[in-house]
Design a protein around this ligand. Sequence first.
Ligand code: F6R
Length: 255
Amino acid sequence: MNITIKRSKREVSRAAADHIAALVRKKPDAVLGLATGFTPLETYRELIRKHSEGLDFSHIVTFNLDEYIGYGMDLSLPYSKDQSYARFMHEEFFRHINIHRSNIHIPNGQADDPEEECLRYERRIRKAGGIDLQLLGIGRTGHWAFNEPGTPLDSRTHIQTLSETTLDDNHRLFFYKSGLEREMMPKRSITMGVGTILEARSLLMIATGKRKASVTAAALEGEISSLVTASAIRLFKGPATVLLDRGAASALQKQ
Ligand code: F6R
C-alpha cells in the first residue's frame, strides 16, 4: 500500500485523475470501478478537463459501487431527474465524456427484485473480466462503498441498511438540486461487497478533510476489522494507492 499525503484536496484530486488517466491511456478498454460522493467530484472534473484535451473514454467500461434502493434505473432508458447516484454520475461525469452508455454499470435500485439485481451485478462484473482499478472514498463510519460497520470483509454485492451517520452525511448530496428533507432519504442501498472490491486488480482510495482524519487512521493503522470495512485495504494483494490531504492524514501515527 502506497500512501501519499498532498497539501490540499485540489492536489489529491489532480493526482487521482492522473492515476486514472494513466490507466485509460495504457489500457483504453480498462474496466474502472467508480465512486460517488463529495470527495471524487473534483477528480471527475479533472478527468473531464483531460477529456477535453483528448483523453478517450470510448472503450472504457465502468461499474459504480452503489445505489439507493427505490432510486436508480435501467440504464438503457433515458436518465431520470431523481436523486439517484445514476443521475449524479451522469450529471457530474458521464455526460461530459465520450463513454458509451452501454459500457456504464450502476446497480439498479428500482429493480423489481433487488436480491436478484445484486447477483446480476456480480455476474456483470465477472463477464466484463473484473475491475482493473477501483476508486474508493471512505465514509465517517469507516465504510467502503456502503459497507457499514459489521459487514463481513468477504461480502459480495448485497442490500445494505445505512447508518444514521451515513444518512446525516449523505443527505446533502442526496438532496442535491432538490430541496427535500433528510427524513425522506432512502435507508437502504445496493452496494458492492468488500470481497467484491478486494477482487479488483488495483485500488485507489482518496480521503480529504479533517472530518475523515480519525476514520482514515483507523482504516490504515487500526485493527483490520469488519467494524471499519475500509481497513480491508490492508488485506488487498495487488497495488493499492491512498491519496490523502493534510486534514485526512492528520491523525496518522506515521506521516
Ligand atoms: C460512494 C461511496 C461511499 C463514499 C463515502 C464518502 O459511492 O461508496 O463509500 O465514498 O460515503 O463520501 P464523501 O466523499 O461524500 O465523503
